[in-house]
Write a protein that binds this ligand. Structure first.
Ligand SMILES: O=C(O)C(=O)CO
Length: 317
C-alpha cells in the first residue's frame, strides 16, 4: 500500500460480517489511505501517526482509551449508522476527537424494516412459509393503531408508511414534533408513554439506546399493552427487557413480537425467543440494502472530509 498524501482512515475490517463492504472500498480510497484494524495492529508504530479518522462499520465496539491514546493525529470518528451506543462518547470527546453519525442515509431503509416486520407479524408470513396450512388467522393492519416510540427521522418515516396503510398513528417522543409535521402524517402525540402502550395494536420501538432508554419496555410496560398487541423493535435489543418479553409472549400478555435487534446479536441458537411461534427475529437487517449502505458510507465520507478540512460537520454529534 502506498498512501501518498491522503489522510489515513482506520476501518474495522473489509468484508466479512462486520467489515466495510467491498463495494465501498473504491469510494473510500478516492479520499483516504485505508488502514484496516488488522494492518494497524501489525504495524502500530508506523500506522499510529497516519490515522486522522476512523470509520466505524456496523456497531463494532473497537474504540477504547488505549486506542485513542495511540492515535495522536486522530480528528474524527464517523459512524456507519445512527445508533452510537457502541461508542463511549464522553471518552472520545475527552480526547478532543469529533464524532458524527449518519442519520439521513439510514432512515428509509430502517423504516422499511420496521414496516416489513409489522406486516410479517400481523399476517404471520413466517409461519405461513413453514406450514402449508391455509388457516392461519392474522390481524388486520388497515385501521389498526401503531404507537411509535421515538419520532426522529426513522420514526417519522414509519409514520409516513403507516399513513399509507391507513393506520391510526400515535407517537411518543422527548420533544413534540411541529404541528405541521404531525398533520402531514396524521400522528397524535402521547405525552405519556403509558397511554400509547394502552392504545396501540402495534408498538414500534425506534429510540436510541441510552442509559435512559435501557429496558424502557419492561414487564410493567408489556402488561399495559393490549393482549392483542404486537411489539416491534428496530432500535437496539437492550431497549426491551428480553426476559420479560419471553414471559409476556409465553403467557399471552401480548400477542407477538417482531425483533430486528436482540441481545446478544445473534442470539444463541437455543435461545427461547427463537423457539416461540409468535416471534419473528431478523438479524439486524435495519439499513441493509445496497443503496442505504452505500449512502451511509457517502455520508461518513462527507462528515470526515468536513472535519479534516475544519468545516462544519453535517452530522456532528
Ligand atoms: O443506524 C443504525 O444504528 C442501525 O442500527 C440501523 O439498522
Amino acid at each position: 500500500m502506498g498512501g501518498g498524501e491522503l489522510p489515513g482512515l482506520l476501518v474495522n475490517e473489509i468484508g466479512g460480517i462486520h467489515g466495510i463492504l467491498h463495494g465501498h472500498v473504491a469510494l473510500l480510497k478516492k479520499h483516504f489511505y485505508l488502514i484496516t484494524m488488522k494492518e494497524f495492529l501489525e504495524n502500530r508504530k508506523h500506522m499510529s501517526k497516519k490515522v486522522q479518522a476512523i470509520y466505524l462499520w456496523w456497531h463494532k465496539p473497537i474504540i477504547n482509551r488505549e486506542l485513542l491514546q495511540s492515535l495522536p493525529n486522530l480528528k474524527v470518528i464517523a459512524n456507519s449508522g445512527v445508533g452510537m451506543d457502541h461508542l463511549d462518547l464522553k471518552l472520545v470527546a475527552s480526547f478532543g476527537v469529533k464524532m458524527a453519525n449518519a442519520p439521513y442515509a439510514v432512515s428509509s431503509s430502517t423504516a422499511d424494516t420496521g414496516m416489513a416486520l409489522l406486516l410479517a407479524s400481523a399476517r404471520r408470513l413466517v409461519e405461513g412459509m413453514e406450514y402449508s396450512e391455509a388457516d392461519l388467522l392474522g390481524v388486520e393492519v388497515t385501521g389498526a393503531t401503531v404507537g411509535i416510540i421515538g419520532m426522529g427521522s426513522i420514526g417519522y418515516k414509519i409514520a409516513l408508511r403507516a399513513k399509507a396503510f391507513e393506520m391510526n398513528i400515535l407517537y411518543h417522543n422527548r420533544t413534540r414534533r411541529k404541528e405541521q409535521e404531525e398533520q402531514a402524517v396524521g400522528a397524535t402525540y402521547c405525552e405519556k408513554i403509558d397511554s400509547l402502550l394502552q392504545q396501540a395494536d402495534f408498538v414500534m420501538v425506534v429510540v436510541s439506546l441510552t442509559p435512559q432508554t435501557h429496558k424502557l419496555i419492561g414487564k410493567r410496560e408489556m402488561e399495559l399493552m393490549k393482549p392483542t398487541a404486537t411489539l416491534i423493535n428496530i432500535s437496539r435489543g437492550a431497549v426491551v427487557d428480553q426476559e420479560a418479553l419471553v414471559t409476556a409472549l409465553q403467557t399471552g400478555v401480548i400477542r407477538a413480537a417482531a425483533l430486528d435487534v436482540t441481545y446478544p446479536e445473534p442470539l444463541p441458537r437455543d435461545h427461547t425467543l427463537l423457539k416461540l411461534k409468535n416471534v419473528i427475529i431478523t438479524p439486524h437487517l435495519g439499513i441493509k440494502t445496497d443503496k442505504a449502505t452505500y449512502m451511509v458510507t457517502e455520508e461518513a465520507v462527507e462528515n470526515i472530509l468536513a472535519a479534516l478540512n475544519g468545516l462544519p460537520i453535517p452530522s456532528e454529534l
